[in-house]
Design a protein around this ligand. Sequence first.
Ligand code: 13P
Length: 218
Amino acid sequence: MATEQNLRAQMVAVARRMNAAGINQGTSGNLSARIPGGFLITPTSLPYERMEPVDLVALDFDGQPLAGAPAEQRRPSSEWRLHADVLRSRPEVEAVVHCHSTRATALACHSRGIPSFHYMAAVAGGPDIRCAPYALFGTPELSSLAVQALEGRLACLLAHHGQVALGRSLEQALRIAIEVETLAAMYLEASLLGDPPLLGDAEMERVLEQMRTLLYGG
Ligand code: 13P
């Protein structure tokens, strides 16, 4: 198991890779990783190129500084509640990535999720990727709607906001966030020729079974 120090270094690296992958810019995204009793989360309003492992904030699931955390911590991401509620409700999840990646957000601005137009829509564990209804950022309403949209899935879009991706590791959460952005780009492009036809439920069930059999993306 990674020590907290290793995890902090990994989180900084993944945060910078979000920028390099083009799914995040400025200070609009955030990520978290589970630790005993709570989670580490990126601080609010600190660009990733300036962020160091010591800047990550250790919280319990009520947003309080975790027992044993450094006395002087930075202010946590304004989305700490979203991360806390997702991690609390999904014990199998170790990491959460949130970002405003351009194309996923463009779809979410129309309250559209990603349907089964391409078999990789199954990457999040179901036949589609839902879009949660809009709620103000940082609120319990937003996290409750996101937790619902994430039921049985490792990703969802957030209306007029962005996307959330989960993983059993930081690597997996990052990979899924990048895949969601790629799918959104393909969907927008395919829509230029009209609404693309969708793969049916039975075929998406076969895709999901094939992914399980091949441990695809595991
Ligand atoms: P931070 O508060 O994590 O800097 O980001 C804002 C945000 O993503 C709101 O959704």
